[in-house]
Design a protein around this ligand. Structure first.
Ligand SMILES: Cc1cc2nc3c(=O)[nH]c(=O)nc-3n(C[C@H](O)[C@H](O)[C@H](O)COP(=O)(O)OP(=O)(O)OC[C@H]3O[C@@H](n4cnc5c(N)ncnc54)[C@H](O)[C@@H]3O)c2cc1C
Length: 401
């Protein structure tokens, strides 16, 4: 495929750059720089979400009929790359990237009217209730029960590793509505507010020290059946569709490309002995070149697959390839960054991650969150389905083995 940008694409890129220059305030940029984990500090992230929503660019992959900007795949790629290079905060993606497309495909008109506007405007923050203490890779073994009671379900059980549950307005949740027959055939997909009576959220800290995820307990939580997406006991189909978007609905490579560029910058600053810089070291240069090649290959694959899809459509099982390669290259890049900042990786200074702090950081600005990101992203090959699970999907559904 032709990777050269047309004059129209270049004009579009300029438009994006102008927007980023105008709307990325110092506070938002600082929040992005001080992102220690998969989530940016809430204030800058929400401010950036609002700036995008006001422009109509927040849900940039959505079809125009649902309020998306109607961009083609090259425009989407340009936008994501420019955002990554400019250093924008990580946005809460569970609404626009995950449950939004599901509501578009399986929701009733009333459900679309209820949920999509809040996602488009970034007012509704979501969390994902899939995993349970006994159900991760083997998701179909989930036990959280939803028992029919007139027009409602009564939900009992627990979800775990629920990212952002402590800040979310709503949860999309897999529940067991039948214990008959195959396990996959007794699951339903429901949405409900996190302030519903009977919900308790308990924090779980990562070994990097971040509070990203939680365990969520349901004690007789009453949820109207009208909140179910799709038919009763058909939630497995809905759940799998959402996972395709979670794993492959956006490009992975822009973030890694931006990370590799930052790595090259760091190597230009850090000493390598004898007055030389790390960037002059042949071993380091080989590593940088290796990362560049991996990112370029990932970019080509993503764009090739994405360009065959129509707007709002998802790459299906190919999303597992993106997820697998994207997460592995990302980890590789973060490991190289750790090595590049050398002893600056050692200090643990979480107070220096807080936007607006007056802490005298030990590391230079480019090293403040590097080790936190490295440790946090060890999880990248686990969340959204582990690498082993992605390899099985690729073997079965892409390679037909
Ligand atoms: C940072 C983070 C955020 C998360 N956020 C959320 C969230 O918001 N909502 C949510 O619902 N879940 C979330 N998860 C949970 C995530 O989806 C699960 O951790 C993941 O699916 C793996 O499940 P598990 O942890 O139970 O591990 P297990 O399924 O017990 O797997 C343990 C190991 O066995 C391997 N394994 C398991 N089965 C197979 C197999 N069939 N073949 C080969 N190897 C196998 C796995 O690859 C893994 O290495 C999050 C996880 C992390 C780490």
């Amino acid at each position: 495929m032709d990777m050269n940008l047309s004059p129209e694409d270049l004009a579009f890129r300029d438009e994006v750059r102008t927007f980023l220059d105008a709307k990325l305030t110092d506070e938002i940029r600082e929040g992005a720089r001080l992102t220690p984990s998969v989530r940016s500090p809430m204030g800058p992230s929400r401010a950036w979400g609002k700036a995008l929503a006001d422009k109509g660019w927040l849900c940039h992959a959505w079809p125009a009929e649902y309020g998306g900007p109607g961009w083609n795949v090259v425009q989407r790629y340009i936008f994501e790359l420019e955002c990554a290079l400019a250093g924008t905060p990580v946005l809460n993606h569970m609404g626009r990237k995950m449950v939004g497309p599901v509501v578009m495909k399986y929701g009733t008109q009333a459900q679309k009217d209820e949920y999509l506007p809040g996602i488009l405007s970034d007012e509704l923050i979501w969390c994902q209730g899939y995993s349970e203490p006994g159900a991760g890779s083997d998701l179909a073994s989930l036990q959280t029960s939803a028992v029919s009671d007139g027009d409602d379900y009564i939900i009992n059980g627990s979800k775990i590793w629920t990212t952002g549950a402590h800040q979310a307005d709503h949860i999309f949740c897999l529940v067991r509505t039948s214990t008959e027959g195959k396990r996959q055939e007794g699951i339903s997909f429901v949405l409900f507010p996190m302030e519903s009576p009977g919900i308790t959220v308990k924090p779980i800290l990562t070994f990097a020290g971040d509070h990203d995820f939680n365990q969520v307990f349901f004690d007789n939580v009453r949820v109207p059946k009208a909140n179910r997406i799709g038919d009763e006991n058909k939630g497995w189909t809905v759940a799998k569709y959402l996972l395709e978007f979670e794993r492959g609905g956006v490009f992975y490579s822009p973030q890694v490309r931006a990370g590799v560029e930052k790595l090259a910058y760091i190597a230009g600053q850090e000493p390598a002995g004898g007055g030389a810089k790390l960037i002059d070291d042949p071993g380091f240069r080989r590593k940088l070149a290796d990362l560049e090649i991996q990112v370029s290959a990932a970019e080509m694959s993503e764009q090739r697959v994405m360009s065959t899809l129509s707007q709002g459509q998802n790459p299906g099982a190919a999303s597992s390839i993106f997820k697998l390669r994207g997460s592995e290259i990302y980890q590789d890049m973060l490991e190289a960054t750790m090595k590049a900042i050398a002893y600056y990786a050692a200090p643990y200074q979480p107070e220096a991650y807080i936007p607006g702090n007056n802490v005298d950081a030990i590391a230079p600005e480019y090293g403040i969150v590097a080790s936190s990101q490295y440790f946090n992203q060890r999880a990248a090959t686990i969340y959204a389905g582990s690498s082993e699970v992605q390899r099985t999907i690729i073997a079965k559904h892409v390679l037909g083995l």
